[in-house]
Design a protein around this ligand. Sequence first.
Ligand code: ASP
Ligand code: MG
Length: 408
Amino acid sequence: MALIVQKYGGTSVGSPERIKNLARRVARFKALGHQIVVVVSAMSGETNRLIGLAREIMPEPDPRELDVMVSTGEQVTIGLTAMALMDLGIKAKSYTGSQVKIVTDNAHTKARILRIDDKSIQKDLKAGYVVVVAGFQGVDEKGNITTLGRGGSDTTGVALAAALKADECQIYTDVDGVYTTDPRVVPEARRLKSITFEEMLELASQGSKVLQIRSVEFAGKYKVKLRVLSSFEEDGEGTLITFEENEDMEQPIISGIAFNRDEAKITVLGVPDRPGIAYQILGPIADANVDVDMIIQNVSADGTTDFTFTVHKNEMGKALAILKDKVQAHIGAREISGDDKIAKVSVVGVGMRSHVGIASQMFRTLAEEGINIQMISTSEIKIAVVIDEKYMELAVRVLHKAFELEEA
Ligand code: ASP
Ligand code: MG
Protein backbone atom coordinates (compact mmCIF):
# COMPACT_ATOMS: atom_id res chain seq x y z
CA MET A 1 0.00 0.00 0.00
CA ALA A 2 1.27 3.41 -0.91
CA LEU A 3 0.16 6.95 -0.29
CA ILE A 4 -0.11 8.69 -3.64
CA VAL A 5 -0.93 12.30 -4.42
CA GLN A 6 -2.45 12.69 -7.87
CA LYS A 7 -2.74 16.17 -9.31
CA TYR A 8 -5.04 16.73 -12.28
CA GLY A 9 -4.78 19.83 -14.44
CA GLY A 10 -7.49 21.87 -16.09
CA THR A 11 -7.99 19.69 -19.16
CA SER A 12 -8.33 16.57 -16.98
CA VAL A 13 -11.30 18.18 -15.22
CA GLY A 14 -12.48 20.14 -18.26
CA SER A 15 -15.92 18.52 -18.49
CA PRO A 16 -18.20 16.23 -16.44
CA GLU A 17 -17.16 13.35 -18.70
CA ARG A 18 -13.47 13.95 -17.98
CA ILE A 19 -14.12 14.23 -14.27
CA LYS A 20 -15.87 10.86 -14.39
CA ASN A 21 -12.87 9.48 -16.23
CA LEU A 22 -10.56 10.85 -13.56
CA ALA A 23 -12.73 9.22 -10.90
CA ARG A 24 -12.45 5.85 -12.65
CA ARG A 25 -8.66 6.14 -12.64
CA VAL A 26 -8.64 7.02 -8.95
CA ALA A 27 -10.94 4.06 -8.31
CA ARG A 28 -8.44 1.72 -9.97
CA PHE A 29 -5.63 2.96 -7.72
CA LYS A 30 -7.88 2.70 -4.70
CA ALA A 31 -8.76 -0.88 -5.62
CA LEU A 32 -5.04 -1.72 -5.47
CA GLY A 33 -5.13 -0.70 -1.83
CA HIS A 34 -3.46 2.68 -2.12
CA GLN A 35 -4.37 5.78 -0.17
CA ILE A 36 -5.12 8.60 -2.58
CA VAL A 37 -5.15 12.36 -2.27
CA VAL A 38 -6.42 14.10 -5.39
CA VAL A 39 -5.52 17.71 -6.12
CA VAL A 40 -7.42 19.44 -8.90
CA SER A 41 -7.13 22.61 -10.94
CA ALA A 42 -10.07 24.61 -12.16
CA MET A 43 -11.76 23.47 -15.40
CA SER A 44 -9.60 24.53 -18.34
CA GLY A 45 -10.18 28.14 -19.30
CA GLU A 46 -12.03 28.90 -16.08
CA THR A 47 -9.23 30.80 -14.32
CA ASN A 48 -8.74 32.95 -17.42
CA ARG A 49 -12.46 33.57 -17.59
CA LEU A 50 -12.56 34.68 -13.96
CA ILE A 51 -9.56 36.98 -14.37
CA GLY A 52 -11.25 38.45 -17.46
CA LEU A 53 -14.39 39.17 -15.48
CA ALA A 54 -12.38 40.90 -12.79
CA ARG A 55 -10.62 43.07 -15.37
CA GLU A 56 -13.93 44.15 -16.83
CA ILE A 57 -14.78 45.60 -13.45
CA MET A 58 -11.37 46.87 -12.45
CA PRO A 59 -8.51 47.01 -15.02
CA GLU A 60 -5.87 46.36 -12.33
CA PRO A 61 -7.91 44.13 -10.01
CA ASP A 62 -7.41 44.46 -6.30
CA PRO A 63 -5.21 41.44 -5.43
CA ARG A 64 -7.13 40.35 -2.33
CA GLU A 65 -10.48 40.45 -4.10
CA LEU A 66 -9.02 38.80 -7.19
CA ASP A 67 -7.90 35.86 -5.04
CA VAL A 68 -11.34 35.61 -3.47
CA MET A 69 -12.95 35.14 -6.86
CA VAL A 70 -10.37 33.28 -8.96
CA SER A 71 -10.05 30.60 -6.28
CA THR A 72 -13.66 29.62 -6.92
CA GLY A 73 -12.65 27.69 -10.05
CA GLU A 74 -11.04 25.01 -7.92
CA GLN A 75 -13.87 25.02 -5.42
CA VAL A 76 -16.18 23.89 -8.20
CA THR A 77 -13.93 21.05 -9.35
CA ILE A 78 -13.27 19.59 -5.88
CA GLY A 79 -17.01 19.28 -5.28
CA LEU A 80 -17.61 17.70 -8.69
CA THR A 81 -14.67 15.33 -8.30
CA ALA A 82 -15.80 14.17 -4.86
CA MET A 83 -19.29 13.56 -6.29
CA ALA A 84 -17.91 11.59 -9.23
CA LEU A 85 -16.03 9.36 -6.78
CA MET A 86 -19.09 8.89 -4.59
CA ASP A 87 -21.05 7.96 -7.66
CA LEU A 88 -18.64 5.04 -8.10
CA GLY A 89 -19.26 4.00 -4.51
CA ILE A 90 -16.01 5.44 -3.19
CA LYS A 91 -15.89 7.42 0.03
CA ALA A 92 -14.64 10.87 -0.88
CA LYS A 93 -14.41 14.26 0.76
CA SER A 94 -13.40 17.64 -0.62
CA TYR A 95 -11.32 20.33 1.04
CA THR A 96 -10.64 23.93 0.07
CA GLY A 97 -7.17 25.27 0.84
CA SER A 98 -8.41 27.02 3.94
CA GLN A 99 -10.28 23.93 5.16
CA VAL A 100 -7.04 21.94 5.03
CA LYS A 101 -5.12 24.91 6.36
CA ILE A 102 -2.65 25.36 3.61
CA VAL A 103 -1.13 28.42 5.24
CA THR A 104 0.64 30.90 2.98
CA ASP A 105 2.19 34.32 3.27
CA ASN A 106 -0.01 37.25 2.29
CA ALA A 107 1.46 37.97 -1.16
CA HIS A 108 -1.90 37.82 -2.93
CA THR A 109 -1.86 36.26 -6.43
CA LYS A 110 1.62 34.78 -5.85
CA ALA A 111 1.59 33.55 -2.27
CA ARG A 112 4.09 31.05 -0.91
CA ILE A 113 3.11 28.08 1.19
CA LEU A 114 4.43 28.32 4.76
CA ARG A 115 2.98 25.15 6.24
CA ILE A 116 0.27 22.56 5.79
CA ASP A 117 -1.80 21.04 8.54
CA ASP A 118 -2.17 17.40 7.51
CA LYS A 119 -4.14 16.12 10.53
CA SER A 120 -7.63 16.04 9.04
CA ILE A 121 -6.41 14.57 5.77
CA GLN A 122 -4.49 11.82 7.56
CA LYS A 123 -7.56 11.00 9.60
CA ASP A 124 -9.78 10.79 6.54
CA LEU A 125 -7.25 8.64 4.67
CA LYS A 126 -7.13 6.22 7.60
CA ALA A 127 -10.91 6.09 7.55
CA GLY A 128 -10.77 5.03 3.89
CA TYR A 129 -11.64 8.30 2.19
CA VAL A 130 -10.18 9.64 -1.01
CA VAL A 131 -9.38 13.22 -0.11
CA VAL A 132 -9.88 15.84 -2.83
CA VAL A 133 -8.04 19.11 -2.30
CA ALA A 134 -8.39 22.38 -4.21
CA GLY A 135 -5.15 23.31 -5.94
CA PHE A 136 -3.81 26.83 -6.34
CA GLN A 137 -5.30 28.26 -3.14
CA GLY A 138 -4.34 28.78 0.47
CA VAL A 139 -5.11 30.99 3.38
CA ASP A 140 -2.90 33.53 5.12
CA GLU A 141 -2.41 33.83 8.88
CA LYS A 142 -5.33 36.25 9.08
CA GLY A 143 -7.75 34.00 7.19
CA ASN A 144 -7.60 35.80 3.84
CA ILE A 145 -7.86 33.54 0.79
CA THR A 146 -4.65 33.57 -1.24
CA THR A 147 -3.57 31.99 -4.54
CA LEU A 148 -0.18 30.60 -5.50
CA GLY A 149 0.34 32.07 -8.96
CA ARG A 150 -0.72 30.65 -12.34
CA GLY A 151 -0.19 26.92 -12.55
CA GLY A 152 -0.09 26.82 -8.75
CA SER A 153 -2.00 23.55 -8.40
CA ASP A 154 1.23 21.70 -9.19
CA THR A 155 2.73 23.31 -6.13
CA THR A 156 -0.27 22.36 -4.01
CA GLY A 157 0.17 18.76 -5.16
CA VAL A 158 3.87 18.57 -4.42
CA ALA A 159 3.58 20.46 -1.13
CA LEU A 160 0.85 18.10 0.02
CA ALA A 161 2.95 15.12 -1.02
CA ALA A 162 5.80 16.53 1.06
CA ALA A 163 3.60 17.25 4.08
CA LEU A 164 1.97 13.80 3.94
CA LYS A 165 5.30 12.07 3.19
CA ALA A 166 3.62 10.51 0.17
CA ASP A 167 5.36 7.75 -1.75
CA GLU A 168 4.84 9.51 -5.06
CA CYS A 169 3.34 12.66 -6.50
CA GLN A 170 1.81 12.10 -9.91
CA ILE A 171 1.07 15.10 -12.07
CA TYR A 172 -1.56 14.24 -14.68
CA THR A 173 -1.65 16.59 -17.60
CA ASP A 174 -2.54 16.79 -21.29
CA VAL A 175 0.91 15.69 -22.45
CA ASP A 176 2.32 12.27 -21.63
CA GLY A 177 5.49 13.52 -19.99
CA VAL A 178 8.30 16.02 -20.20
CA TYR A 179 9.54 16.55 -23.74
CA THR A 180 12.84 17.75 -25.18
CA THR A 181 10.84 20.82 -26.13
CA ASP A 182 7.23 21.76 -26.76
CA PRO A 183 5.94 19.36 -29.46
CA ARG A 184 3.65 22.13 -30.74
CA VAL A 185 6.75 23.98 -31.88
CA VAL A 186 8.91 21.00 -32.80
CA PRO A 187 6.82 17.98 -33.85
CA GLU A 188 9.95 15.79 -33.64
CA ALA A 189 10.31 16.50 -29.90
CA ARG A 190 10.84 13.37 -27.83
CA ARG A 191 9.48 12.35 -24.44
CA LEU A 192 12.16 11.92 -21.80
CA LYS A 193 11.90 8.78 -19.65
CA SER A 194 13.58 10.59 -16.84
CA ILE A 195 15.12 13.94 -16.19
CA THR A 196 17.12 15.16 -13.24
CA PHE A 197 15.51 17.42 -10.76
CA GLU A 198 18.07 20.15 -11.48
CA GLU A 199 17.32 20.05 -15.20
CA MET A 200 13.60 20.17 -14.54
CA LEU A 201 14.11 23.19 -12.32
CA GLU A 202 16.05 24.98 -15.06
CA LEU A 203 13.52 24.04 -17.74
CA ALA A 204 10.64 25.26 -15.57
CA SER A 205 12.40 28.49 -14.69
CA GLN A 206 13.33 29.07 -18.34
CA GLY A 207 9.73 28.85 -19.45
CA SER A 208 8.77 25.20 -19.89
CA LYS A 209 5.13 25.16 -18.88
CA VAL A 210 4.94 21.49 -17.93
CA LEU A 211 5.36 22.11 -14.21
CA GLN A 212 5.11 25.27 -12.17
CA ILE A 213 8.60 26.21 -11.03
CA ARG A 214 7.71 26.36 -7.36
CA SER A 215 6.44 22.82 -7.46
CA VAL A 216 9.84 21.67 -8.70
CA GLU A 217 11.59 23.69 -5.99
CA PHE A 218 9.37 22.01 -3.41
CA ALA A 219 10.04 18.58 -4.84
CA GLY A 220 13.77 19.24 -4.61
CA LYS A 221 13.69 20.58 -1.11
CA TYR A 222 11.59 17.74 0.30
CA LYS A 223 12.82 15.02 -2.06
CA VAL A 224 9.34 14.27 -3.37
CA LYS A 225 9.29 11.57 -6.01
CA LEU A 226 7.59 13.28 -8.91
CA ARG A 227 6.18 11.84 -12.13
CA VAL A 228 4.50 13.66 -15.03
CA LEU A 229 1.88 11.57 -16.85
CA SER A 230 -0.95 11.89 -19.34
CA SER A 231 -4.46 11.76 -18.00
CA PHE A 232 -5.67 10.45 -21.35
CA GLU A 233 -3.51 7.34 -21.44
CA GLU A 234 -4.10 4.12 -19.58
CA ASP A 235 -0.64 2.84 -18.71
CA GLY A 236 1.86 5.47 -19.78
CA GLU A 237 4.99 5.64 -17.65
CA GLY A 238 5.40 9.38 -18.18
CA THR A 239 8.58 11.12 -17.11
CA LEU A 240 10.17 10.52 -13.74
CA ILE A 241 12.00 13.43 -12.13
CA THR A 242 15.07 11.82 -10.58
CA PHE A 243 17.56 13.02 -8.03
CA GLU A 244 20.50 11.12 -9.45
CA GLU A 245 22.08 11.41 -12.82
CA ASN A 246 21.78 8.20 -14.71
CA GLU A 247 25.16 6.53 -14.55
CA ASP A 248 24.41 3.46 -16.64
CA MET A 249 23.35 5.39 -19.66
CA GLU A 250 25.38 7.85 -21.57
CA GLN A 251 24.08 11.10 -20.12
CA PRO A 252 22.86 13.28 -22.98
CA ILE A 253 24.64 16.61 -23.06
CA ILE A 254 21.46 18.58 -23.63
CA SER A 255 18.16 17.35 -22.25
CA GLY A 256 15.83 20.03 -23.41
CA ILE A 257 15.12 23.43 -24.89
CA ALA A 258 12.84 25.87 -23.14
CA PHE A 259 11.42 29.12 -24.40
CA ASN A 260 9.52 31.95 -22.93
CA ARG A 261 7.61 34.84 -24.45
CA ASP A 262 6.59 36.24 -21.09
CA GLU A 263 9.48 38.56 -20.43
CA ALA A 264 10.15 42.17 -21.36
CA LYS A 265 13.47 43.95 -21.49
CA ILE A 266 14.14 47.24 -19.75
CA THR A 267 17.18 49.30 -20.63
CA VAL A 268 18.58 52.20 -18.65
CA LEU A 269 20.98 54.16 -20.86
CA GLY A 270 23.80 56.44 -19.83
CA VAL A 271 24.11 55.40 -16.21
CA PRO A 272 27.12 56.72 -14.29
CA ASP A 273 29.48 53.81 -13.60
CA ARG A 274 29.96 53.93 -9.85
CA PRO A 275 29.32 51.70 -6.83
CA GLY A 276 25.70 51.39 -5.77
CA ILE A 277 24.10 51.98 -9.17
CA ALA A 278 22.76 48.44 -9.63
CA TYR A 279 21.26 48.68 -6.19
CA GLN A 280 19.71 52.08 -6.90
CA ILE A 281 18.08 50.71 -10.03
CA LEU A 282 16.97 47.30 -8.83
CA GLY A 283 16.27 48.11 -5.17
CA PRO A 284 13.02 50.02 -5.87
CA ILE A 285 12.02 47.32 -8.38
CA ALA A 286 12.43 44.61 -5.74
CA ASP A 287 10.63 46.73 -3.14
CA ALA A 288 7.64 46.81 -5.48
CA ASN A 289 7.67 42.99 -5.56
CA VAL A 290 8.63 42.84 -9.24
CA ASP A 291 10.77 39.80 -10.07
CA VAL A 292 13.85 40.41 -12.17
CA ASP A 293 15.32 37.63 -14.28
CA MET A 294 18.32 38.40 -16.49
CA ILE A 295 20.60 41.33 -15.77
CA ILE A 296 23.37 42.79 -17.92
CA GLN A 297 25.64 45.73 -17.30
CA ASN A 298 28.21 46.81 -19.84
CA VAL A 299 31.69 48.03 -19.07
CA SER A 300 32.00 51.75 -19.41
CA ALA A 301 34.30 53.50 -21.83
CA ASP A 302 33.55 57.07 -20.80
CA GLY A 303 32.39 56.71 -17.20
CA THR A 304 28.82 55.85 -18.12
CA THR A 305 27.30 52.50 -18.90
CA ASP A 306 24.04 50.84 -19.96
CA PHE A 307 22.07 48.60 -17.67
CA THR A 308 19.57 46.06 -19.00
CA PHE A 309 17.31 43.61 -17.22
CA THR A 310 14.19 41.56 -17.85
CA VAL A 311 10.90 41.37 -15.95
CA HIS A 312 7.58 39.69 -16.62
CA LYS A 313 5.71 41.40 -19.47
CA ASN A 314 2.80 42.17 -17.18
CA GLU A 315 5.11 44.12 -14.92
CA MET A 316 6.97 46.15 -17.53
CA GLY A 317 4.67 49.15 -17.15
CA LYS A 318 5.01 49.13 -13.41
CA ALA A 319 8.80 48.79 -13.54
CA LEU A 320 9.15 51.59 -16.11
CA ALA A 321 6.99 53.89 -14.00
CA ILE A 322 9.09 53.24 -10.91
CA LEU A 323 12.32 53.91 -12.78
CA LYS A 324 11.05 57.09 -14.43
CA ASP A 325 9.48 58.47 -11.26
CA LYS A 326 11.99 57.50 -8.65
CA VAL A 327 15.27 56.52 -10.22
CA GLN A 328 16.06 58.32 -13.48
CA ALA A 329 16.62 61.84 -12.15
CA HIS A 330 18.26 60.53 -9.02
CA ILE A 331 21.05 58.66 -10.80
CA GLY A 332 21.12 60.92 -13.87
CA ALA A 333 20.33 58.25 -16.46
CA ARG A 334 19.96 59.54 -20.01
CA GLU A 335 17.07 57.36 -21.17
CA ILE A 336 14.90 54.49 -20.02
CA SER A 337 13.11 52.23 -22.44
CA GLY A 338 11.14 49.01 -22.50
CA ASP A 339 10.79 46.31 -25.17
CA ASP A 340 8.26 43.51 -24.83
CA LYS A 341 8.83 42.01 -28.28
CA ILE A 342 11.50 39.66 -27.03
CA ALA A 343 11.74 35.94 -26.29
CA LYS A 344 14.13 33.88 -24.26
CA VAL A 345 15.42 30.55 -25.53
CA SER A 346 17.47 28.24 -23.31
CA VAL A 347 19.30 24.97 -23.72
CA VAL A 348 19.51 22.88 -20.57
CA GLY A 349 21.48 19.79 -19.65
CA VAL A 350 23.61 18.47 -16.79
CA GLY A 351 25.96 17.04 -19.41
CA MET A 352 27.14 20.60 -20.07
CA ARG A 353 29.24 20.38 -16.93
CA SER A 354 31.60 17.95 -18.55
CA HIS A 355 31.47 19.24 -22.11
CA VAL A 356 32.95 22.40 -23.49
CA GLY A 357 31.78 24.16 -26.62
CA ILE A 358 28.04 24.00 -26.03
CA ALA A 359 27.74 27.78 -25.93
CA SER A 360 29.68 28.24 -29.15
CA GLN A 361 27.62 25.55 -30.87
CA MET A 362 24.47 27.35 -29.76
CA PHE A 363 25.69 30.76 -30.91
CA ARG A 364 26.90 29.39 -34.25
CA THR A 365 23.53 27.73 -34.88
CA LEU A 366 21.72 31.00 -34.25
CA ALA A 367 24.22 32.99 -36.31
CA GLU A 368 23.71 30.67 -39.28
CA GLU A 369 20.05 31.67 -39.26
CA GLY A 370 20.90 35.36 -38.93
CA ILE A 371 19.33 35.54 -35.47
CA ASN A 372 20.75 38.36 -33.37
CA ILE A 373 21.43 37.66 -29.69
CA GLN A 374 20.49 40.56 -27.40
CA MET A 375 21.35 39.12 -24.00
CA ILE A 376 23.06 35.97 -22.72
CA SER A 377 23.03 34.35 -19.34
CA THR A 378 24.51 31.06 -18.24
CA SER A 379 24.56 28.68 -15.32
CA GLU A 380 26.43 25.44 -14.91
CA ILE A 381 23.71 23.54 -16.75
CA LYS A 382 22.02 26.21 -18.90
CA ILE A 383 22.66 28.78 -21.60
CA ALA A 384 19.88 31.28 -22.20
CA VAL A 385 19.63 33.97 -24.85
CA VAL A 386 17.21 36.80 -25.44
CA ILE A 387 16.27 37.32 -29.08
CA ASP A 388 13.63 39.11 -31.13
CA GLU A 389 10.28 37.47 -30.46
CA LYS A 390 9.64 36.82 -34.13
CA TYR A 391 12.57 34.39 -34.40
CA MET A 392 11.69 32.34 -31.35
CA GLU A 393 10.18 29.28 -33.02
CA LEU A 394 12.87 29.19 -35.65
CA ALA A 395 15.55 29.33 -32.94
CA VAL A 396 13.97 26.47 -31.01
CA ARG A 397 13.69 24.32 -34.13
CA VAL A 398 17.25 24.80 -35.30
CA LEU A 399 18.68 24.28 -31.82
CA HIS A 400 16.62 21.12 -31.33
CA LYS A 401 18.15 19.78 -34.52
CA ALA A 402 21.67 21.00 -33.84
CA PHE A 403 21.75 19.22 -30.49
CA GLU A 404 20.23 16.06 -32.00
CA LEU A 405 17.24 15.91 -29.72
CA GLU A 406 14.82 14.47 -32.30
CA GLU A 407 13.06 11.17 -32.02
CA ALA A 408 15.62 8.45 -32.80
N1 ASP B 1 -6.30 27.21 -12.12
C1 ASP B 1 -5.03 27.84 -11.91
C2 ASP B 1 -4.47 28.36 -13.21
O1 ASP B 1 -5.09 28.24 -14.25
C3 ASP B 1 -4.06 26.93 -11.23
C4 ASP B 1 -3.67 25.71 -12.00
O2 ASP B 1 -4.33 25.32 -12.95
O3 ASP B 1 -2.66 25.11 -11.66
O4 ASP B 1 -3.42 28.95 -13.22
MG1 MG C 1 -0.69 23.44 -15.17
